[in-house]
Each structure stands twice: as structure tokens, then as C-alpha cells.
Design a protein around this ligand. Sequence first.
Ligand code: FMN
Length: 144
Amino acid sequence: MLADVRPTPVYYYSSSSGLVRTFAERLGRPVFNLAEREHRRSEVDGPWVLLTPSYKTGNDANDTIPEAVRRFLRSERNRRQLVGIMGSGNRNFGRYYQKAAREIAERSGRPILFEFELAGTPWDVEECRRLLDELDEGLARRAG
Ligand SMILES: Cc1cc2nc3c(=O)[nH]c(=O)nc-3n(C[C@H](O)[C@H](O)[C@H](O)COP(=O)(O)O)c2cc1C
């Protein structure tokens, strides 16, 4: 057993429809809503995971990443400590499915850890909890 396993926090953005928030609050670990100014303007104290929905605006030049997520990622410290990305989307958006998560993954070089639709199913929640627990252990091992 590893003595110091830190639960990796999840920073998420959720609009007023709250689908991502519903999912995030089921993860059983520290989660922070970037829709709140206090969190959007904060800096992380260690490795963290981003959970973002995609919001297509109808303008190709104006992409799908929520402004609050952009704001948080402006911090170099936050960018450096980002370990992976999870996305919520809706397959009805076709080629734009999970576009925000995928674009951030591409730009940051960090992996997509998990993708689900809307607020996710109970299976999605379980699976995500499991993989985040694994991530925690992996990071603890890496830290020695
Ligand atoms: C106006 C609008 C645009 C959306 N655009 C996309 C999109 O481009 N790609 C995608 O995968 N999902 C898209 N979605 C689906 C949302 O990302 C998904 O429903 C998400 O769970 C919303 O989370 P929230 O309720 O926490 O904000 C869109 C939803 C709305 C209402």
C-alpha cells in the first residue's frame, strides 16, 4: 500500500443545465466548478484533471471550448500540472462530438482519459471513479 495517495482533483465547467456538475459530484473526490469565479481564477496545488463539455457556437473560427476553461488554462502552472482530460458531449453534434476535450488534448499533449454523453450513465460514473483511482495510485508511485 502507498502511504500518501492524493485524490487528484477534477476541475470542471458546467453551464446552468448542470449535466457535467451532476457527473462531477458523483466522483467522490474534490471537484471544483470553473463556472465560479473563485475557482476559475485559482491555481492548482498539484496534478489535476480537466472535465469539460463542448459548446459549438455555429462559427468555425469560434470554437467549442468554454470561456471559463480557457481562462483557467491561461495559467502556466495550471497547464503544466494538467495530467489528462475528460469530456462530456452529445453524439448528435457529429464531427464536433467532444471537440473541446479533443482540441485541448491535442494542444496540451495530454491524454483523453474518459468521454461520456450528457450527465453519463451509472456505468460511466463507476468506470470513471475506477480510472481516477488508478491515476491517483500511478501519480503516488511516480512521486515515490
Ligand atoms: C448549444 C449547445 C451546443 C453544444 N455543442 C456540442 C458540441 O459541439 N459537441 C458535443 O459533443 N456536445 C455539444 N453539446 C452537448 C453538451 O456538451 C453536453 O450536453 C454537456 O453535457 C453539457 O454540460 P453542462 O450541462 O454541464 O453544461 C452542446 C449542447 C448545447 C446546449
